[in-house]
Design a protein around this ligand. Structure first.
Ligand SMILES: C[S@@+](CC[C@H](N)C(=O)[O-])C[C@H]1O[C@@H](n2cnc3c(N)ncnc32)[C@H](O)[C@@H]1O
Length: 208
């Protein structure tokens, strides 16, 4: 698949350092750390950080004990994330990183117990969201969790996370959509009105 996901040139942003002006956070995100603290050790569990950027949340997952993989469409991001892990040296199995597209994930069925996404899904349009839901359902084990965090405002370049929008896309793929909880998604440069939502893969995807 070669079509870009969004209007943004992610590689250029990382090369220019634009991520520091928008979405970069110089530590793991507080809402992921809270989620992980509430869920106990990730030992013997696998996690995927979707659109991992420079890898701070990947580091949090590794620190919690998960065998974690970070993927990003941007190879520049993946290189920065690998560097981050070297610098932070989290305990447990070394995180793996891969340049990959969430719309066509290079992993087998039911490969992960937990999927996390901070700020990737909210950039995707309707067609890409359908592919996202299909692929996340495929790689998540039954009973597994997708933890989404994204904008709740409809302001360029974001497409908000709404209860109806998430139900439309994920229910047919066998997910149960939890409540959308308003919070402020913090970056080093700004604070974005956002929603956090836990989706559980409760059933196999519906056959077309
Ligand atoms: C706003 S950034 C957030 C990065 C990171 N999660 C964070 O919290 O700092 C969105 C990320 O999603 C990645 N991305 C966009 N479309 C993608 C796709 N189709 N597959 C995988 N990653 C994608 C971008 O390259 C970018 O790194």
């Amino acid at each position: 698949m070669t079509t870009p996901t969004t209007a943004l040139d992610w590689n250029r942003s990382y090369r220019n350092g634009d991520h520091h002006a928008y979405w970069e956070l110089s530590h793991p995100s507080a809402e992921l750390v809270g989620f992980l603290a509430a869920h106990g050790p990730g030992t013997d569990r696998t996690a995927l950080d979707i659109g991992c950027g420079t890898g701070w949340d990947t580091v949090a997952l590794a620190t919690a004990g998960y065998r974690v993989t970070g993927i990003d469409l941007s190879e520049e991001a993946v290189a920065l994330a690998a560097l981050r892990v070297t610098e932070e040296n989290p305990p447990g199995p070394l995180p793996a990183f891969e340049q990959a597209d969430v719309r066509e994930l290079p992993f087998p069925e039911a490969a992960f117990d937990l999927l996390v996404d901070r700020g990737c899904f909210h950039h995707l349009g309707a067609q890409d969201r359908t592919a996202y839901a299909r692929e996340t359902a495929r790689v998540l084990r039954p009973g597994g969790t997708l933890y989404l965090r994204g904008s709740r405002v409809n302001a360029f370049p974001f497409k908000p996370l709404t209860p109806e929008g998430l139900a439309d896309v994920f229910t047919g793929e066998g997910f149960t959509v939890g409540p959308l909880l308003p919070f402020q998604l913090q970056t080093d440069a700004m604070s974005l009105p956002a929603h956090a939502c836990v989706l559980t893969r409760t059933a196999p995807a519906a056959t077309p």
